[in-house]
Design a protein around this ligand. Structure first.
Ligand code: ZN
Length: 129
């Protein structure tokens, strides 16, 4: 129990960012639900604006601490295993996760590789999901 609370506390700066974005999604008609200790938020106008018919994004959901933001409910469900690997990464890296993620992307670019798909954190999430 103490370890679990520590994981939430360590990831909380990133979760705070996720909660602010989640509030915006909810204000624009999105929906939220809790799955395995993680808040999943998606849909509404943001989902419509970012939907596959509008913008070709390389991802359908994004994780910030214990918050997962998705295009819509089917996208959240399809990406759940992958995004929960990122939740575990946030629990391990805490406030260092976003700088480490950015550094990994920049390193991959410097080496002539893809900044998203070859990012160490993404490779781990794809391998484990
Ligand atoms: Zn990912």
């Amino acid at each position: 129990m103490t370890r679990r609370l520590g994981s939430y506390a360590w990831a909380s700066p990133n979760t705070a960012i996720g909660l602010m974005l989640a509030a915006a999604v909810l204000l624009l008609g999105g929906q939220a639900r809790r799955v395995a200790g993680v808040l999943e938020v998606g849909g509404g106008l943001v989902g419509t604006w970012l939907g596959p018919a509008r913008i070709a994004l390389p991802w359908r959901a994004i994780t910030l601490g214990h918050v997962i933001l998705g295009i819509d409910a089917p996208a959240l469900e399809a990406s759940r295993a992958h995004e929960h690997v990122h939740v575990r990464q946030y629990e391990q890296w805490g406030p260092l996760f976003l700088p480490a993620y950015a550094a990994s992307s920049l390193w991959q670019l410097a080496c002539g590789r893809r900044c998203y798909r070859d990012n160490w954190f993404e490779r781990q999430a794809y391998d484990r999901s």
